[in-house]
Design a protein around this ligand. Structure first.
Ligand code: 5RP
Length: 227
């Protein structure tokens, strides 16, 4: 089955978890996009009276264009669940996220939410994290020195993220992203995360730990399971 069809099914299944009156965090990326589309359809059919907070300008634009009610994170008292994709999920439900560049807002929303519903296809389930690139959001000021400090930690292959036209990718928070290609498995991701976060200029990493909520997994045969 095609990836786009698998993502559509994941989005449809995840949207069924949304109940009337909820405040929902909208993730970023292709799977989150499929979810937003399904959620908008379900909302039209069932008039769910939901309020959404988006993790990116892009997801907010999409949600608004589909008729979903989006508000600023500062105007909600709580978020029932955030629905988001991931780049890797390990056996301890730890994640690497941020290939779409929205990791900081995604982590703020995930942390503010009662639950993080992770939506992935089965290829993203791994034993240990490390095959996917690890994005690190950094402030632009002195970012070359920030990169030097990342290299000093032993991460030798690091790239400043660029747009397809060669310009530097800038996040919704006006920051840059360094992608770490570790090319080995992280034995202790929490420890690596701690070391990276101690570097001045680092705003956030793409490691996500300790989140509760179901993982909606799409399989190549078209089935979708909750883990
Ligand atoms: C964006 C993300 C995405 O959720 C993650 O990269 C997965 O994206 P996709 O669903 O397109 O594979 O973390 O910052």
């Amino acid at each position: 089955m095609q990836q786009s069809e698998i993502k559509k099914r994941i989005g449809e299944r995840a949207a069924m978890l949304v109940e009337s009156g909820m405040t929902i965090g909208l993730g970023t990326g292709t799977t989150a996009t499929a979810f937003i589309q399904s959620l908008a359809e379900r909302n039209k059919l069932k008039n769910l009276n939901i309020t959404c907070v988006a993790t990116s300008v892009e997801s907010e634009r999409l949600a608004l264009s589909l008729g979903l009610c989006c508000v600023s994170i500062d105007s909600v008292a709580e978020i029932d669940a955030t629905f988001d994709g991931a780049d890797e999920v390990d056996e301890k439900r730890r994640l690497i996220k941020g290939a779409g560049g929205a990791l900081l807002r995604e982590k703020i929303l995930a942390t503010a939410s009662d639950k993080l519903v992770v939506m992935v296809d089965e290829q993203k389930l791994v034993k240990h994290l490390g095959k996917a690139k690890l994005p690190v959001e950094v402030i632009p000021f002195g970012h070359r020195f920030t990169m030097a400090n990342l290299i000093a930690l032993g991460f030798t292959k690091i790239e400043l993220r660029q747009n397809s036209d060669g310009s530097t990718f800038v996040t919704d928070n006006h920051n840059f992203i360094y992608d770490i290609y570790y090319n080995q498995l992280f034995a202790e991701p929490e420890k690596e995360n701690e070391k990276i976060c101690k570097i001045p200029g680092v705003v956030e990493t793409g490691f996500f730990f300790d989140f509760t909520g179901p993982i909606v997994v799409g399989r190549a045969d078209g089935s979708v399971v909750l883990m």
